[in-house]
Design a binder for this molecule. Structure first.
Ligand code: ZN
Length: 266
């Protein structure tokens, strides 16, 4: 499947990049990506994948737009309050780039359905806002061997890491168990700044796009921690664990229970 003249013009600013040509653009065009969550991280990651020309994007979220989302989730307007996020995001982004296919999946991701839901993708971009879903997404991607681009933001801290199953550390290699309920405040209690979600989401999207286009990526076996107070970017080295319950020798199902108010980051 080649590129049309319209596509060559639309993507011309990336097609002139060193090592980026029609072969790389075609790889993006032939890619199918899932975004788990259409919130603070999901809106910008979905937008950048749309703009870059990723051929098929599935936005998975069952939440409805709330007025408190509007300090960071820029795909929604006050008129959208109460409406399904995945559908609005898919429609709006479809208008931005009609060349690609954007599908809204209005479904809640759980440990029970994640393994079926996250199948057949070339990459998953993590825009989840709570630990039960984040671990479900990690474990499903590990088992289904789908590259996962993780990001999280809370208060003035952002985090990102890129996971290539069977090759690099997964989220569970780094954090085998979630913190006890109540240890990490919710974003409702602690707050989140829209520009911080945008910063982390841009990093996730850049890593995902580069990986899909066939480039080497930077955040393998590394957890990037961004401190907005100091604007220091630190990386913590990670190592794959043989005994990891998700990506190690033997998969062990370890659902993280949903306790009320576990929502904390996005
Ligand atoms: Zn692991």
């Amino acid at each position: 499947m080649g590129l049309t003249l319209e596509e060559i013009k639309r993507y011309s600013r990336q097609l002139v990049l060193p090592n980026f040509g029609s072969r790389e653009q075609n790889r993006l065009k032939n890619s199918k990506v899932a975004i788990t969550g259409a919130g603070g991280l999901g809106c910008p990651t979905a937008a950048y994948l749309t703009l870059a020309g990723v051929g098929e994007i599935h936005i998975i979220d069952m939440d409805r737009v709330d007025l408190t989302n509007l300090n960071r989730q820029f795909l929604y307007t006050p008129q959208d309050v109460g409406r399904a996020k995945a559908e609005i995001a898919a429609r709006r982004l479809g208008e931005v780039n009609p060349n690609i296919k954007i599908i809204a999946i209005n479904e809640k991701i759980t440990y029970d359905n994640a393994f079926e839901l996250l199948k057949g993708y070339d990459a998953v971009v993590d825009g989840t806002d709570n630990f039960p879903v984040r671990y479900a997404v990690n474990d499903a991607c590990a088992v289904n061997r789908i590259p996962l681009f993780h990001g999280a933001v809370l208060m003035y801290e952002g985090r990102a890491m890129s996971i290539i199953p069977r090759e690099t550390a997964c989220f569970r290699c780094a954090f085998p168990e979630p913190p006890p309920p109540g240890m990490v405040p919710t974003c409702r209690e602690a707050g989140v700044l829209g520009s911080m979600t945008g910063l982390v989401a841009s990093i996730q999207a850049t890593e995902a796009i580069r990986h899909l286009a066939g480039f080497e990526i930077a955040l393998k076996n590394k957890l990037l921690i961004i401190n907005a107070d100091t604007m220091e970017f630190d990386t913590v080295r990670l190592k794959r664990r043989e005994d990891c319950s998700a990506c190690g020798k033997q998969f062990v199902s370890k659902p993280v229970l949903e306790v009320c108010e576990t929502r904390q980051e996005e």
